[in-house]
Every structure is written in structure tokens, then in C-alpha cells.
Design a protein around this ligand. Structure first.
Ligand SMILES: *Cc1c(COP(=O)(O)O)cnc(C)c1O
Length: 381
């Protein structure tokens, strides 16, 4: 980090480097600067010349300092530096596979589940993940955090009292200033039916400088507030990110992680085990592991669904139960998050349930069905 700073940002003072607004202003976006900092592959250069697909390119100096100089195959580098594979929209892929637009009663608010909504407060990010599930809107400048647009979403939430959980996302919600965020949280807190507010963010990972004492002081006034942090790889668990998570956890904000399963980046048990253990040590509870959504230009990132199942099988029993996320396939067309799990019930033999444990051994659990149940279960099928 120190070497990186001395080489590429020698003029930056500690104060500037640790200022999130400085990090955002100095995010790397153009071929010339990438070329200066990284030894680009031919494919990366071609992709950067075209300027990224639908999704803009941007990487904070901080996150840039974690990238390998000469290895285009490095996990973190692949998540933020574009490749030409992004320009190919493969079979089954589309701009909005989860039908979020159809399920938006007002712009930037997705109401898919009975008791909760996804509130997209901004389409801006400091760093753009190449597999972004919302590349159709992110960075396009169409979802501004203006009072009038936010007011429309708030008014929808006010008039639908079945909504008890609001998930603030984007883009990056923490790209909003403290005052605007404080206003949104205050307005949400005023709605009697809203019991819980969650913030979905990658800021502690790509821009840990954003987690300031002032931000944390403001957030803790809006409890119960939860946070889901987007982590991809154990190499993201730096001292800076640990410190940001510690500040949030100390403020009483329960932290969960959301991770997208990505081919040749985190698609093996060992990498995922290292990640979930580091997360636990940072008081971040692994929440979801997502199958990569069928967004245009994401085929090179996608693994077979079976890979996710195998990873969960390799975690359950082999590390803390708290560290095992739920593997989710978000059903195309708006069906919603669908858990896909390894099968531990082999079947039934008479009164016994036959179970397979984490090591693959079979066990019988005596579990007689109450009289009359048998017919009832059959009838339900
Ligand atoms: C993921 C998501 C949620 C939150 O789902 P949980 O399973 O409660 O974390 C809510 N709304 C939409 C549209 C989502 O995609």
C-alpha cells in the first residue's frame, strides 16, 4: 500500500488518502491511468479502449492498490478491470433477468416480496464490479438521489403498511453524503410500519475511508439498522476493511455478507472457507452466496449451479455453522431468491429417516410418522 502510494499518488497526503471524497475524485476510469498503474493484457486494453460495456469503469485508488500489477488473472483484478467477454450477451442473458423494472411501482423501488422492498437510492458507485447485477441502471445517471424521486419512493412505502423492512441499495447508498442519508433514514423511521432498515453496500471493501466516526454516529441513531456488505474474496479483508467493520459492529449494526460466486475467482471450497473465516473474525456473518445472475456479458463469470452446492457441502460441518451462507439462485423472471442446498436426507426406510452427515456417512434417525400422517403427506403431493 505504502509503495503503491509512493509510486502512483506521491502528492497525496495521509489526510487526502484517508478522505473518501478524495478517493472518489481520484478513482481510476481511463485507459491512460490504468496503463500507468497496471501492466494490461491485450484483452483488458481492448475492453478499456471501448470504455466498458453498459457499465462504466471505475476503481478507487485504495482498491487499485490491492490489484496485482502484472497478473490479469488475479481474483480482485478480474472483478473490476473489464474484459472483452463483457460485450457478448450470451444465451439466457438479458439486461434485467430478475424483472426488477416490472416490479417497480415507482422508479428505483422494487417490491417483490410481501413485507419488504428494495430501495435504490442512487446509481453511482466508486468502484464498478464487472458482474454487476444492476448494470442496466448503475452508472447511467438515471437514478439520482434527488428529494423529489426519493419522496415518491417514501410515499409508496408510507401508503403500503405491509412493508416492514426496507433494504436501501443502489448503486452504492454510502455514496450519498451523511446529511442526505440521515434524511432518508429519518423519513423511514417516521413510518410506523417500517420495523427494520437495511443498507446494502460495498463501501467497507472498496472505500473503507467512507466509514467515518461521523457516519457511524449518525447511523446508530436509526436502529434497528442492519448492513449487508458485498465481499468477494479473502484478499479484500485488509486492516482498513477490518477497521471499518469494527466501527460498524461497535455501533451495534449487525453485519452480514453477500458474495457472488464467480468462476476462477472464488469458486472453490478453500477460497470460500478462508473468506468466511475472515468474515467471522471481523464480526460479519456470511449471509448469502449468490449464483451469478444472468446479466448480459456475465457468462465468463458464471459457474454451474452444482459448484455452489459443492461449496456449501464443503463448508457445512467443516467450519463454524455461523460461517456457512445460504446459496441462492435468484429465479429469472422475478421468482425471487431460491435457496439451493446439498441434500442431507437420503430417504426413508420404514420408521427411519436415513441421513447423510457432512463426512458422507449414513445415519438412521428413528422418526415414525404419526398414524394417519402417511396418507396426509401423500395427499399433499
Ligand atoms: C434480495 C432482495 C430483497 C431482500 O431479500 P432477503 O432475502 O430478505 O434478504 C428484497 N427485495 C428484493 C427485490 C430483493 O432482490
Amino acid at each position: 500500500m505504502r509503495l503503491f502510494r509512493r509510486a502512483f499518488f506521491p502528492e497525496a497526503s495521509d489526510r487526502e488518502w484517508n478522505d473518501w471524497r478524495w478517493q472518489v475524485r481520484h478513482r481510476i476510469q481511463d485507459l491512460e491511468t490504468f496503463e500507468r498503474i497496471l501492466h494490461l493484457s491485450h484483452d483488458e486494453r481492448l475492453a478499456l479502449e471501448r470504455g466498458g460495456s453498459m457499465l462504466p469503469v471505475g476503481v478507487t485508488p485504495y482498491y487499485m492498490s490491492l490489484l496485482s500489477y502484472d497478473d490479469p488473472g488475479q481474483a480482485l483484478r478480474r472483478t473490476v478491470i473489464p474484459s472483452t467477454a463483457e460485450f457478448v450477451c450470451g444465451p439466457g442473458e438479458s439486461a434485467d433477468p430478475l424483472a426488477e423494472e416490472e416490479m417497480s411501482p415507482v422508479p428505483g423501488l422494487v417490491h417483490r416480496y410481501p413485507d419488504r422492498v428494495l430501495f435504490l437510492v442512487s446509481d453511482f458507485c466508486s468502484t464498478y464490479c464487472r458482474y454487476c447485477t444492476r448494470s442496466r441502471v448503475v452508472g447511467h445517471g438515471t437514478l439520482h438521489p434527488t428529494v423529489s424521486r426519493l419522496e415518491r419512493a417514501l410515499s409508496y412505502i408510507r401508503s403500503n403498511p405491509e412493508i416492514r423492512d426496507v433494504l436501501i441499495s443502489g448503486g452504492e447508498p454510502l455514496m450519498l453524503g451523511d446529511d442526505r442519508l440521515d434524511w432518508i433514514l429519518t423519513e423511514l423511521r417516521r413510518i410506523p410500519s417500517v420495523e427494520v432498515v437495511r443498507i446494502g453496500t460495498k463501501a467497507p471493501v472498496v472505500l473503507p475511508q467512507r466509514i467515518t466516526p461521523q457516519l457511524v454516529r449518525m447511523l446508530r441513531r436509526h436502529h434497528p439498522l442492519w448492513m449487508s456488505i458485498h465481499f468477494t474474496h479473502p484478499d479484500e479483508c485488509t486492516p482498513e476493511t477490518s477497521r471499518a467493520c469494527a466501527m460498524l459492529a461497535d455501533a451495534g449494526i449487525p453485519l452480514g455478507s453477500q458474495t457472488v460466486l464467480l468462476r476462477d475467482i472464488n469458486d472453490d471450497v478453500e477460497t470460500m472457507k478462508r473468506l468466511v473465516r475472515r468474515l467471522m473474525a471481523m464480526r460479519v456473518r456470511p449471509y448469502y452466496l449468490y449464483q451469478c445472475d444472468q446479466i448480459c456479458g456475465s457468462a465468463h463469470f458464471r459457474t454451474p449451479v452444482e459448484t455452489g452446492v459443492e461449496i456449501i457441502r464443503g463448508l457445512r460441518g467443516f467450519t463454524s455453522g455461523y460461517a456457512v451462507p445460504t446459496f441462492i439462485v435468484d429465479a429469472p423472471g422475478g421468482g425471487g431468491k431460491t435457496p439451493v442446498m446439498p441434500e442431507y436426507v437420503v430417504g426413508r426406510e420404514g420408521d427411519d429417516l436415513v441421513l447423510r452427515n457432512y463426512q458422507g456417512d449414513l445415519y438412521r434417525y428413528r422418526d415414525p410418522r404419526p398414524a394417519g400422517e402417511r396418507a396426509a403427506v401423500k395427499g399433499r403431493r
